[in-house]
Structures are given as structure tokens and as C-alpha cells.
Design a protein around this ligand. Sequence first.
Ligand code: AMP
Ligand code: ZN
Length: 470
Amino acid sequence: MPEFRLYNSLTGEVEPFAPADGSTVRLYTCGPTVYNPAHLGNFRTFLFEDLLRRVLRMRGWGVEQVMNLTDVDDKIIKRATERGITIRALTDPVVTTFHADREYLRIQAAEHYPRATEYIAEMIALVERLQANGVAYRADDGSVYFAIDKFEGYGRLSRLDTRKIRTGARVAQDDYAKENAQDFALWKSAKPEDEACAAAWDSPWGRGRPGWHLECSAMAMALLGETLDIHAGGVDLMFPHHEDEIAQSEAATGKPFARFWCHGEFLLTDGAKMAKRVGNVSTVADLREQGVSAAALRHFVFSTHYRKQLNLSAAALEASIEAVRRIGDFSDRLARETAGSPALSEAADTLLVEATTVLSDDLNAPRAVGALFEFISAANRALDSRGSDPAALGRAREAFRQVNGVLDIVPDRGTSGGELADWVEAQLEARTQARARRDFAAADAIRKSLEEKGIAIEDSPSGTRWKSVR
Ligand code: AMP
Ligand code: ZN
């Protein structure tokens, strides 16, 4: 296998990557702020991280991934206050929706989903450590700030112009622009509205709550140790969030916080970043309503490299729906055929080599999708001219299963009689029986449950055929 390489925002170069311990990649991915269902822009980033995770596993490494859930920050407190409820009451249902959406998009589960409010003790301990090291100070507003001029590397990740660093000036809000590179809040003294929505905790500095940046440093180090292999997120997090995470963590431990920093580019609509504050967001719920499958969205997202901006449009989604149909038809054909030829076997080998090579080169998913389509054309031609070798067919199925298993465009139907196929066959049998006893409501319900799993069925005089469409 070719060397695995990844773009590192820290150095601005594509570099060879392997986990520090040689076997398990410790991966931290900044998760959603759970005050509103995540939009497709957020999910573009989570899909890039899903791809990263799957490629790391394809390379034979284990992955220990943490995705935090930010369940206390300025935006959450504002929203809970408007509604007159606690932050927990606001965030709980959003967390449930997040996981349902994530599962719909077949984003693999991380090993840990820590909630910020469950790591307050670790956050307080980190602030104490920073105070002991002389890089944090208590200001007259009762909050504790990080003194950026006491940390030498401040601004290195986002290549902050030193003139922009304003020492002594302070910024209390969680998010701010580069023009305001100032001392930022680690721990904020509680205001009456924080108490009202149960967003305040006891601390050595009185009642208060953590700053957003502190949350990630504390959870990452608690669960993965002081030096991560990879820290990932969307490009908008580079400043101030990741810059501040580095400052807090490294000023406390004296060790590099992450060996690689990886950032995914934006999803746009009509040329503008998809964002709640712009008001141009669409969600997984919208997709489902429009009948856009997870397969189509995954195809759409992976057809552009993660470091390039991607514009969401009806035409692009339409093209992905069509592409996915072709892949699904091909997957069905592979399951139906009984033998292949040397040409088929050759096409399978080419697919495996090409897909592994391009995915290992900074996750070049668009080229892997291209290789998959070239394989489909070549394999269809080889199958048309018939063959007599079941082993060649086996190789083709295996190559398809492996490459599709990384991109996860169509659900794996198993080679012969896999779990999905067994389940579908059982459902179809139940549907035939329901129709025989003229219980059409039950038959329709079964068809619907199949459709929800991405299985389309087609009745014909010779029986019912099915295929996976997402
Ligand atoms: P948030 O819930 O705002 O903290 O964001 C969660 C993740 O989504 C972060 O990694 C952001 O960088 C990412 N993100 C936000 N908007 C977009 C967008 N339009 N395109 C891609 N990623 C985004
Ligand atoms: Zn973070």
C-alpha cells in the first residue's frame, strides 16, 4: 500500500501520517453546538471526518474518536433564556435529533460523545493549572482570562499577524474575529441569566461557567491524553477556537496538543457559507422530505475534495441521485450474477489499487468515486461478455464491497445472502402473505419500512425484485 498522507494545517503541507503509537489513531473532532438541529454544512464536516475515520481503518489502524457535544455556550444560554427553560431541557432533544440524523447519513459512531456539562471538574482543574503556570489571571469582572502574550506560539495555526495580537485587551464572548485577538475567557463569572437556566457551577472563582474553547481542551485531554494524533473540524474553527485550544492545552502541559490539524472546507448555498445566522440552512429533515437519500448526499459530498468549497444545488443533488442509481443497479447485478471472467478480475484489482492510492493521498474521495465508476463500466462490459469463473466474480464483489465500504454510498447487501438480504427477503415474504389475505394496509406498511431502509421494490409477473437505492 502507498504511504498515507494528510494535509496538516499546522505546517501547510501534505505530510506522511501514522499514529504515534503505531496502532491506534487518537482523533478529536469538534462536535455540534446543540441548540438547533445541525445543518448540512455541519454535516459536510462530519462526513469529511467520517471519511477520515474510515480511511484510517482501511489502512489497518484502530481509531479512538471523540466528538464532543457543546451543551453550554453563549448561544445555548441565550436560546434557553428566551424560552425560559434550562440548558439541559433545550439541548437534550437536539442531541437525540443529532444522533438520528447522523445515523440516517450513515456516519459511523465515534467511541465517545462527551457533553461539556459533564466535564466541568476537568475544566476547572485545567484553569487551575494555567493559573499555577502564570498564564491565566482573574480580571475585575470576576472571570478568568488567558494571557495570550504569555504563550509564545499564540497565532501560529491561523498565521495571525503579530500586529493583530492585542495584549492586555480582553474578549468575553465565545466567538470573535481575528481583529480581536485578545485575552479570552477561560471561566466566566455567572450572571443572573446563567443561574436562571442552570448554566452555573461552583468553582474556586465563585459561581460561573466554562468558556467554549476550554471545553474541548479539557474533554480531549481527559479522554485521549495530552497529545492527540489528529484534531479536526471545519475551517471556521481555526480561529479563534483551535488557536485558543492549542494555547490552553500547551501552556498547561508543555507538550504539543495535536500532531495534525485537519480542516474541512465550507458547504455553500448560492455562493454563501451555509450558516444559521445567514438564514440559508437546510437540514437532514429537509432532505428526507425531498426524498434525497443518504446515498445521494454522501455521493454529492464525496465528489468534491474536502479542502475545496462545495455549493449545494438542486441540480447537483439530482446528478448524485442518478449516479447512486447506477451504483445501486450495479450492486444488484453483482449480487445476481453467478460467474465472471479474467477481465472482471482485472477490473477488480485495478479498482482496489486505484482507490487505496487516491484515498491515501490526502483523502482524495472524488478520484475514488471516479475509480468506482470506471470499475462499474469495465465490470459491466466484462459481465456482458459472460464468464465461467465464480472466483473472478468473488473478487469483483470483494473489491466493490471494500471501496463502497469506505465511501458507504450504497448499503452493503452482503456478498451472498448477507444480513440485509435476509431481512429484505423475510419482509418480502411477509408482504406477499399480507397481500394474499388482502390486508393491503399491512402490505403497504411493509413497503414503507423497506423504503425507509433504502430498499425499493418492483413487482413483476415473475415475482418481486428489490434493490438498495441508498
Ligand atoms: P457548530 O455546531 O457551529 O459548532 O459547528 C459544528 C461543525 O460544523 C464545526 O466543525 C464547523 O466548522 C462546521 N461547520 C459549520 N458551518 C459549516 C459549513 N457551512 N460548511 C462546513 N462545515 C461547517
Ligand atoms: Zn472544539
